[in-house]
Structures are given as C-alpha cells and as structure tokens.
Design a binder for this molecule. Structure first.
Ligand code: C3B
Length: 797
C-alpha cells in the first residue's frame, strides 16, 4: 500500500470530490468527504485485493471459508484507514480543513448484519485472518434491512426498520457475472445409469439467483486484502411459463429471502423463510467454491478438502453439509463414500451456545418443502450414522427424531472438528450437551477461546490509551498484542497510573456529553461508570443488575444522609421483538431510571442511563469509558462473552460470575484484579439436574429480596403498569436464571467494587493489570489457534 504526504492526500481528496461528488473542499458536506475518502481507500484496496487473489491462485493456496448468517460489521472507514496506514494523514488533512474527522467518519451507516456476539465475532475474525496474512474469506447474506433500529417510548421498545442501504454502500462491489442459481422445492426423480447407480434430478424447482456483493477485508498494513462475499437474492432473468402478474408475485417472494435479518439472539424462530435464508447462503457458497476449485486447481473434486476448509458459525449454515454432498454426487458424479469423505474433511463446526431455545431443530416437513433432495441426503446420513450405534444411544444422537432434524447433530457428524468458544463452554459441551458424541469421537472436540480485534477495540476506539501504551512500551503490541503484558512493569509507577486515570477520565467526559446529548441526563464523571451492554436476555441477567439498583435506591431512601460511592449505571440492550419478558425488563430499567434520576433525595449519588439503539458504533464510544464491566450471566449459560474482553482491554474491571471467558480473564488477571461472585456452573448444573433451588424460600426469608420483589408490583417504580409478569414468573417458574439466589452475593460483590474504587491507587492498578493481560483476548491469538489446529493454512507473512 502506498503512503501519502498530507499534500498528496489533499490532492487526491480534491480530485475525488470534484469527479465523484461534483464539489470542492470548500463546499463539501461531511457526507461528500466521507465518500471521497472511501473512494481513495477503495482505489488502493481493490488493487491490493486483485494482487492478493492472484497470489493465492498462483500459489494454489488452501483457503478457509467462514460461513455465517451474521456479520456485525459496524462502520468500516476508520478500520480501513488504520489498516491501510492512511489514518494519521487523513485525520490531519481533515483537521487542517477545519473539519471534524469524527463527524466525517460518522457519516457512514453502521452495517448491522448481525445480532450480537456471534455476528461481531465473525467480523473480528475476518479482520484477524487478513491481518495475519491468511487466505480466508467470509460468506454471508446482504440483508436489505439489518438489525432493527431501537427507539424507546415511555420505556417501551419500538422497532424501526434499519434502512442501511438508503444511500450507496461504498465498500461493496456487485459481481453479477459471478451469480449462481439456488434451487428451492421441486420434486425429486431418479434414473438408474448403466452401472446401476441412481442418478437424481430435481424437476420444477423455484430458481433464485444469488448475486454476490463483495466487501474488501483489509489486513493491517500487510497488503493483504481478503473478501467478504454477501449474497443478494434476485429473480432469475427468465421465469418460464410466467404471466406478468405471477412473475411479479414471484419476484416479491424471492426478494424476501435476503430482505431482513432475523432479530433473534440466542433463540431460533422456526420460520420457513429463515430456513430459506440458510439454504440460500450455503448453496450459493458451495456452488461458488466448487466452481472456483475446478477453475483453479485442475485436479479431481476428490481433492476438494485439500484446498478448502469451511468453518460454520454455529449451526445456521449446517445445510452446507448435505449441500456439498448433493453437488459432489448429483452434479459432479462422485459416489456416496467419496463425497462423504470429502465433505467430512471439509467442514468444521463452532458451537456458540448450549441454550435449548437456540439449538436449532427444524421440522422434517419444512426441510422437505425447502429442498426434497437435501432432505433425502440428510436421511441417508442419519441412516448410515445410526446403523452401527447401540440402541440406548440413539435417542441422544439421532440426527432425525420425532419429526425434527437436529442441526447440531448433523453438524457434528458432518465435521472433522467441533469447538466451543471458551474453555468452560468446551468442557460443558463435552461433558453434557454433546456427551454421547464426545464419547464416540473425543478427538473431534476442541476449544477455541474467542477474541476481539484489538485494532478496532483498542487502537481505534481508544486512541488516547493507545498513545499512552505506545509511549511506554513502544508499538510492537499493535502487531503482537501479547506484548501488552510489558505493562505489568508499571503497576507501581504512580505517574503512569495517573496518566491512565486521566485517559479514563477524559473518555468518561466524552461519554458524559454523549449521554447528555442523547438523554438529557447529566451524569457525574467522578462516579463509577458501571456498564452492562449486550443483548437483553434473561440468562444475561440485566434483572439482577436492576434489583441491585433498586436495593441501592432503598438504602438511600432509608438513610438519606448515607455516604456512598456515586454510581452511574449505564445500559445498552436490544430485545428480540417477540421476547416479551426481555421487553418488560427494558421497561423496568426505564421505570427505575425515571424514579431514581428525578428524586432529589438521591442527588448525584446515583444515576441510571439507558442508551437506545445499542450497536457497534455506540459500543466504541461507551467501552473506553467503562469502570466496571458487568458480566453477570447465570454460570454455564454464557458460552464466552466478548464484551468482557473489550472492556478489559480498555481498563474496566470485570464484575462477574465464573462463566464463559470470565473464567479465563480471572485466570489471567488473578483474583485481586477481578470481582467474582455467585453460583458456579457446577452449582447451576447440579440444581438443574435435581431441582434443588426454591426461589420462594429466598423470597420469603431474605428481607432485601422480598422488598425489591414487592416493588415490582407496588407503586415505587410503577409507571402506570406494574411488573407483575416478572414478579409471578420468578416465583411460579422458580427463577430459572437464579436471580434471587445470586442476589446477596451480587450486592456484596458490588460493595467490594465500591470499596476498591475508593482506594484510587488500588483501582488504577487493577485497571492496568486488566489492560496488560488482555493481549491473550485478541482475535489474532484465536485465529492463530484455529489455523494451527483446524484450518492448517499456509502462512503468508
Ligand atoms: C453468542 C454467545 O451467547 C456468546 O457467549 C459468545 O461470546 C458469542 O456468541 C460468540 O461466540 N451467541 C450469539 O450471539 N448468538 C447465538 N445464536 C448463539 C451464541
């Protein structure tokens, strides 16, 4: 990639403004500047992308394809500027022009083609794959509407369509010439060929064109540019025997396939359209990969797996397994055994959840409707797999049972690797969730603890902290994040600790301004910024956090003169539109906020803030300002978490349960630098197995619990409508997420946190240790492990 002086960059900018926006630097709007800068980046990046592809082709490189129904990209302009090396010069040119770089960069729409952790992980992984110089590409869907835009009206969540493509997306290139056709439905016929083999054909399928839109993925200053291919569904040019009106109907139906992202996180909506999206993605991808293989390598398809590995992001792309079988057998003439060998050497499956409601099971009939040939192949996989298995195991391992296809079982059987996303989670999978499979093929199972790209989440989101770190330990941490550990040499360096504190303080001041702008609430930058930002889900236990706030409020009301550490509770969370209880929790947060923030008796000791429409860009503003990172899921239920890693890397202290990757954060920083509380995963799993916990007992015997519970249904925080669903649910359904059980331990942990925070030196040291130990949670480390253990790609750097 070239480097530019300020003057050269300004020349380029003027040129792009003139030719592409018909304007000049004097008249340019922020949007004009954004598009002009994107055009400069694209000129460089597309050239480097061509060269990268050429090199991969010439070297006949093995490649990984990361298949995911979600890529939660956020904005790309800043990471593209950083990774190309243009960031500093671009900032300078804009500043010299009297423009705000931030305002210009914020003209980009936040691309939210994902829900939460799983989708953001996919985006971080692409950044790391390219930055490590590995040959890997993403495949996903170009949803016309991404994750809904959240508004709050009187505490109620309102969902508006996310019209992210209303203006051209500068990072995509439509590649109509590489479109492929995906067949849905139809009926299966077969004939017997001369050798007595069955040959299957599908007649009268619905034909859908999958048109690729390519987004360049820029490696960090290494001239590697990989690709994210997003498919859009379009009607085929020639619909046979169609009248004009039936053609319009069909076009509309086809448009629906890539129209919207399903807004469910850690739960599944068993709709045919969702299944269509899954098959659309995997069929388009497999056809593309097989075509490329034939064009590039000139060897038989029996060697496909030597050159390809496909990582599937949860079970959503599992139909890729029968689809590859179908293409290899029906289109390429391989027999079952040869096709099965290739397929099972190609696929690797990552599990991201053990939540029952998220483990996909599709009805047999729905899959037949989707594509009858694919269903036949699944049946045959199941028949062969179950053939030699002991009857007592069948119930636990059968891919098809009770009219349902268990996608995780199909994924395990069809893959050579199965991994969880944090050490604890991988153990739970082996010992509980997929134990029968683990006993059959223990070597398939492995762990790959998640990570986050430190380039976006530290370098970009927290430039002041990055600068400070570099001043002390040089900049090798940028390419070798484990080097952050050198910061451990400064744990007693008072000057450095003060500088760290000053950076945090200025980040908090910026967030304070943003909070005021968005909500009109004035918060105290000297208070603890206690942050819980993630999807709203009962297992993530925002409710526990709310109960603590209610308890604190009661404490102040009981004793108005009490001297306590001031706190600002900051929330960001979207609830799935159909998830009523999650929406009630959002309403409760607002009810508590309204009461607390308006009560003069509380004053500045406590403020509650809910920032609406939480997304990647807002996370980038909140995380650098966090003091406490709330990671309080019911132990065993959060597979990993990645927000925990982002906040740690920015110097927040984790207050959490021994769940997911919190366990590994604890291991890295030591118990002095993290605040751990509550039931362990063994406790929770134990309770679940013998129903030993009685929520009503806790309610009856613990006055503090009883009081906050009762306040759900009295008028303390009641704005018109009480929270009786939450109240009765906790008591009658026996509090499945152990909120009441963990309440006392949580309050006690919060008290420890406040005491530690008041001891400034101690807190600053804790914060530093967290930053210093966060290098392990860079997705560069994660991707190196995927590559060493699973993908085994040639390393280009
Ligand atoms: C999430 C899990 O809930 C997180 O613990 C985990 O860190 C991330 O995946 C990434 O591995 N997850 C999600 O966002 N959506 C799902 N459907 C399943 C898991």
């Amino acid at each position: 990639m070239r480097t530019y002086t300020k003057y050269e960059f300004l020349d380029l900018l003027e040129d792009k403004l003139r030719k592409q926006r018909m304007t000049t630097v004097d008249d340019a709007t922020d949007k004009d500047l954004f598009y002009a800068i994107a055009a400069i980046i694209n000129d460089e990046v597309r050239q480097a992308g061509l060269e990268t592809v050429k090199r991969y082709r010439q070297n006949k490189e093995r490649q990984v394809s990361y298949l995911s129904l979600e890529f939660l990209i956020g904005r790309l302009i800043e990471s593209n500027l950083v990774n190309t090396g243009f960031k500093a010069v671009c900032d300078e040119v804009l500043t010299d022009l009297g423009r705000s770089p931030r305002a210009v960069y914020h003209e980009e729409e936040d691309a939210a083609l994902g829900n939460g952790g799983l989708g953001r992980l996919a985006a971080c992984f692409l950044d790391s794959v390219a930055s490590l110089g590995l040959a890997g590409n993403g495949f996903g869907i170009r949803y016309r509407y991404g994750l809904f835009e959240q508004h709050i009206a009187e505490g109620h969540q309102i969902e508006l369509p996310d019209n992210w493509l209303k203006e051209p997306y500068p990072w995509e290139t439509r590649r109509a010439e590489e479109a492929v056709t995906v067949n849905f439905g139809g009926s299966v016929d077969y004939i017997t060929d001369d050798d007595g083999n069955y040959v299957f054909t599908v007649t009268n399928p619905q034909k859908v064109t999958a048109v690729p839109y390519d987004v360049s993925i820029v490696g960090y200053r290494n001239d590697v540019v990989n690709n994210l291919r997003l498919f859009k569904a379009e009607a085929a040019d020639h619909l046979e025997n169609a009248t004009y009106n039936s053609r319009l109907d069909e076009m509309n139906a086809i448009d629906q396939i890539s129209a919207v992202l399903y807004p469910d996180d850690n739960s599944e909506d068993g709709k045919l359209l969702r299944l269509k999206q899954q098959y659309f993605l995997v069929s388009a991808t497999i056809q593309t990969l097989v075509k490329r293989f034939k064009q590039t390598f000139g060897v038989p398809l029996t060697q496909f797996h030597d050159k390809n590995v496909i990582q599937i992001n949860d079970t959503h792309p599992t139909l890729g397994i029968p689809e590859l079988m179908r293409v290899l057998m029906d289109e390429e003439g391989l027999d079952w055994d040869a096709a099965w060998h290739v397929t099972t050497q190609t696929f690797a499956y990552t599990n991201h959840t053990i939540m029952q409601e998220a483990l996909e099971k599709w009805s047999y009939d729905l899959i037949r409707q989707l594509n009858p040939r694919v269903l036949m192949i699944i049946e045959e996989i199941n028949r062969r797999f179950c053939e030699d298995k002991p009857t007592e195991d069948i119930e636990e391992i059968a891919i098809i049972s009770d009219g349902l296809v268990h996608m995780s079982r199909l994924a395990i059987v069809g893959s050579f690797s199965v991994n969880g996303v944090a050490a604890l989670h991988s153990e739970i999978i082996k010992n509980y969730t997929f134990n029968a499979f683990y006993r059959l093929t223990p070597d398939k199972f492995n762990n790959k603890t998640n990570g986050i790209t430190h380039r976006r989440w530290l370098q970009n989101a927290n430039p002041e902290l990055s600068r400070l770190i570099t001043e002390r330990i040089g900049d090798t941490w940028v390419t070798h994040p484990e080097q952050l550990e050198q910061l451990m040499n400064y744990t007693d360096d008072v000057e450095f600790l003060e500088q760290l504190h000053a950076v945090k303080f200025s980040n908090k001041q910026r967030l304070k301004a943003l909070i005021f702008e968005q909500t009109g609430i004035t918060v105290d930058e000297n208070s603890i910024f206690d942050v819980q930002i993630k999807r709203l889900h009962e297992y993530k236990r925002q409710l526990l956090n709310v109960f603590h706030m209610m308890y604190l409020y009661n404490t102040i009301k009981d004793n108005p003169a009490i001297n306590m550490q001031p706190r600002t509770f900051i929330f960001g969370a979207k609830a799935a539109p159909g998830y009523k209880r999650a929406k009630e929790i959002i309403r409760l947060i607002h009810a508590v906020a309204d009461t607390v923030n308006a009560d003069p008796a509380v004053g500045s000791r406590m403020k509650v803030v809910f920032l609406e429409n939480y997304n990647v860009s807002l996370a980038e503003d909140i995380i650098p300002a966090a003091d406490i990172s709330e990671q309080i899921s019911t132990a065993s239920m959060e597979a990993s978490g990645t927000g925990n890693m982002k906040m740690m890397m920015n110097g927040a202290v984790t207050l959490g349960t021994m769940d997911g990757a919190n366990v590994e954060i604890d291991e890295r920083v030591g118990r002095d630098n993290i605040i751990i509380f509550g039931l362990s995963s063994d406790d929770v799993i134990g309770y679940q197995h013998n129903g030993g916990y009685n929520a009503r007992d806790v309610y009856t015997n613990d006055d503090r619990v009883k009081r906050v519970m009762d306040q759900l249904i009295d008028d303390t925080f009641n704005h018109g409508k009480s929270f009786d669903d939450l109240y009765y649910h906790l008591l009658k359904d026996n509090d499945p997420y152990f909120v009441l059980e963990d309440f006392t331990a949580y309050v006690e942990a919060q008290e420890r946190a406040a005491a530690l925070y008041q001891d400034k030196k101690t807190w600053q040291r804790m914060s530093l240790v967290n930053i210093a130990q966060s290098g392990r949670f860079s997705s560069d480390r994660t991707i190196k492990e995927y590559n060493q253990d699973i993908w085994k790609l040639h390393n280009n750097q």
